[in-house]
Design a protein around this ligand. Structure first.
Ligand code: FAD
Length: 408
């Protein structure tokens, strides 16, 4: 690629910020335009429901790069800039202010937006979602000792938010529609351990909760359940999942199916357009199927791999399927995809809260959770990726070193 060429990245989030860095690292000397509709340079989102919600600090520690880094690396960072169209014929991107920029290659890292809850009162003052730093700032300003917070959704974001709200002195009710927490990600038995944790820490956790409406006179005052019960509330936080931002790609005629469809090089159905991060639906050899991953590690690693491929590389990306969540003082790490297992094997001190859970299918590990036991995650990943069959008794025995099993 010549120095006169231009790479455009749409979406200045984690994936976009890391991709720009990887392009320069790969030696690309042309123009890089990084377009983001938020008012902040790229930052990491995990602290939004954790440290930044518990504490009062700004984004400094969560930023991917120092503000000066963009100029130093000749990255044209356009903030508060919304890309409205891609014209594949003229190879241009149009911004909301009418500016049109030509590209040689384009990377879409448009991420995802929150799924909205379609019930009466969901637009009242005091109802929050958490996706960006403005959301976190708005919510934490309302959380104080005595605040009555109701969290709708018992997934990662909802549960992390519940723990953080509790730390700020609020009382917290969590309403989860299904009969367990973190439904699609972990086994019911592990979810039940976490339900015990939240209750023990003081969260009023209600499973199987059917919500009818949020009510109040101009602002949130209560959440009304389908059976008529009213739960008093000062703030309501909704965490019921995300929706990938595929509209630009779809309008440009790119293949879209639960995300922008890419190959293992991050390439879309147009060879000059790539996609990565939460918005990308990618092949995964370990599971043998396509996945759209919503994780920090994927946003970072897939974007960097796609960026290198845009710079002439020829690198197949395979995600490590690793994700974590921090709830209260408990660190949960997950690898693999926890579905269709036929046996769960527990290892370690479950009661004391330091253990691992293996998900076995026909003796092979398809997923692992570690709870306050992150040091065993890497060996667990090695065992899982090996595709070998393991003796459940050996996995469960804390005297058996996992690395030894990996080498056998
Ligand atoms: C509160 C919270 C906590 C999390 N905690 C964890 C965790 O503990 N562990 C973990 O593994 N993962 C966690 N995640 C997930 C992780 O942060 C995401 O997977 C990651 O941020 C995805 O990065 P991305 O760059 O693909 O998308 P995003 O972070 O969504 O960034 C996309 C960016 O593109 C912008 N954009 C979209 N469309 C346009 C357009 N047309 N024009 C201009 N800009 C546009 C968006 O505004 C956004 O800034 C968490 C996420 C959240 C929200």
């Amino acid at each position: 690629m010549s120095d006169q060429s231009c790479f455009i990245i749409i979406g200045a989030g984690h994936a976009g910020g890391r991709a720009a860095q990887a392009m320069r690292k790969a030696g690309y000397e042309g123009r890089i335009v990084l377009i983001g509709e938020e008012g902040f340079p790229p930052y990491e989102r995990p602290p939004l429901s954790k440290e930044l919600l518990c504490g009062d600090s700004g984004l400094e520690k969560a930023q991917l790069h120092d503000p000066a880094w963009y100029d130093e690396n000749s990255i044209e960072l356009r903030l508060n800039a919304h890309a409205t169209a891609i014209d594949r014929e003229s190879r241009t991107v149009t911004l909301a202010d009418g500016e049109t920029i030509s590209y040689d290659k384009l990377l879409l890292t448009t991420g995802a937006r929150v799924r909205r809850l379609p019930i009466p009162g969901a637009d009242l003052d005091g109802v929050f979602y958490i996706r960006d730093f403005n959301d976190t700032q708005g919510l934490r300003a309302r959380l104080a000792p005595g605040t009555r917070a109701v969290v709708i959704g018992g997934g990662f974001i909802g549960l992390e938010t519940a723990a953080s709200a509790l730390k700020r002195g609020a009382s917290v009710v969590v309403l989860e529609a299904s009969d367990r927490l973190m439904g699609r990600s972990i086994a019911p038995e592990v979810a039940s351990w976490f339900a015990g944790l939240h209750r023990e820490r003081g969260v009023d956790l209600r499973l199987g909760a059917a919500i009818a409406a949020i009510e109040g006179d101009g602002k949130v005052e209560r959440v009304v359940m389908a059976d008529g019960e009213a739960i008093d509330a000062d703030v309501v936080v909704i965490g019921i999942g995300i929706v990938p931002n595929v509209e630009l790609a779809e309008a440009a005629g790119l293949e879209v199916d639960n995300g922008i469809v890419v190959d293992d090089h991050g390439r879309t159905s147009d060879p000059d357009i790539f996609a990565a991060g939460d918005v990308a639906n990618q092949p995964n050899a370990f599971t043998g199927r396509r996945l759209r991953l919503e994780s920090y590690q994927n946003a970072q690693d897939q974007a960097q791999a796609a960026a290198r491929n845009m710079c002439g590389g020829d690198e197949a990306y395979e995600d490590s399927l690793w994700v974590w969540s921090d709830q209260h003082d408990v660190n949960l790490q997950m690898t693999g995809v926890a579905d269709a297992w036929d046996e769960l094997v527990w290892r370690g001190d479950v009661e004391g809260g330091c253990f691992a859970v293996f998900y076995l299918k026909d003796g092979k590990i398809i997923a692992v959770n570690t709870v306050n036991n992150g040091r065993e995650m890497r060996p667990c990943q090695r065992l899982m990726q090996s595709g070998k069959r393991f003796d459940p008794a050996a996995l469960a025995d804390p005297e058996v070193k996992l690395l030894r099993l990996a080498k056998e």
